[in-house]
Design a protein around this ligand. Structure first.
Ligand code: AKG
Ligand code: FE2
Length: 264
């Protein structure tokens, strides 16, 4: 099947028949730039097409299901609605062919070695009220109980992609306080918020369609503290982002039912 993902005249696509499941995806010719080698952080321009972004926002499953986000707390209290994170989140269907193509892209980006079973269901996060934010955290679990849930192990890598950013959005950058800000002023044009003090690390502005990719773990499997990051408060407008998390090992089948999947 060939998916017509690129009807927009402004959106060039390259056809790369990489899917193993009978779906031929049209992938955008995204452009990448290295931000940091330790931890590995790569900025990706044009990772999601316009049609994919529209589709992600409009599927019924998504529109009706945003819930207050929670964070993985500790294993005794379990996850609870938290002041650390004031946003809403939901998971998208793993059976949707467009989602399937995005998953495929995220896997190929990481080389050919990671099977789909290592991916968590893709998570959308919405910041719609002034002040909505996600406080400093790492995406890798500090409590091993979460790594063992569904057998997946810890989160090897993260993509955070900007699915929707309303024109009146202010704030809402993604900040890595322990990563050195790239100094070349060309970063400041759009991607990096150079108004923020350099000692506060790097802050990526939310730009629709673009994404930030990083490796969460050291080669020995331990979590890299320098991947600490935050979704800074959205001071006006609305931002919707998407997490694509890859685990160390295959998740079991239960984890693939987004309705059942806990907010971790
Ligand atoms: O909103 C952001 O910029 C980052 C969100 C984030 O880090 C997360 O959902 O894990
Ligand atoms: Fe995060």
């Amino acid at each position: 099947m060939l998916l017509g993902l690129a009807t927009s005249s402004t959106q060039e696509t390259a056809q790369i028949p990489i899917s193993s499941e009978g779906v031929v995806c049209e992938h955008p010719p995204y452009r990448i730039q290295l931000v940091s080698s330790s931890p590995l952080i790569i900025y990706i321009h044009n990772f999601l097409t316009e049609n994919e972004r529209t589709h992600l926002r409009s599927t019924r499953q998504v529109k009706d299901k945003f819930r207050n986000s929670v964070v993985a707390a500790d294993s005794t209290s379990g996850a609870a609605v938290s002041k650390q994170r004031s946003s809403q989140s939901t998971y998208v269907s793993t059976h949707d062919p467009i989602v399937h193509c995005i998953e495929e892209r995220a896997l190929v980006f990481q080389g050919y070695d990671i099977p789909r079973s290592h991916l968590e269901p893709l998570q959308l996060v919405k910041y719609a009220q002034a002040g909505d934010h996600y406080h400093f955290h790492t995406d890798w679990f500090t409590d091993p109980v979460y790594s063992y849930a569904f057998n997946g192990g810890n989160r090897v890598s993260s993509f955070f992609a900007y699915v929707y950013v309303s024109n009146d959005t202010t704030g809402g950058g993604t900040n890595f306080p322990l990563v050195e800000t790239p100094r070349d002023e060309r970063w400041c044009g759009t991607v990096v918020d150079c108004d923020k003090p350099w000692e506060n690390g790097v802050t990526f502005r939310p730009i629709e369609g673009n994404a930030v990719f990083w490796k969460n773990l050291h080669d020995d499997g331990t979590g890299n503290q320098k991947t600490l990051h935050a979704g800074l408060p959205v001071t006006s407008g609305e931002k919707i982002g998407m997490n694509i998390w890859t685990r160390q090992a295959p998740l079991n089948e239960e984890a693939k039912a987004p309705d059942e999947y806990p907010d971790l």
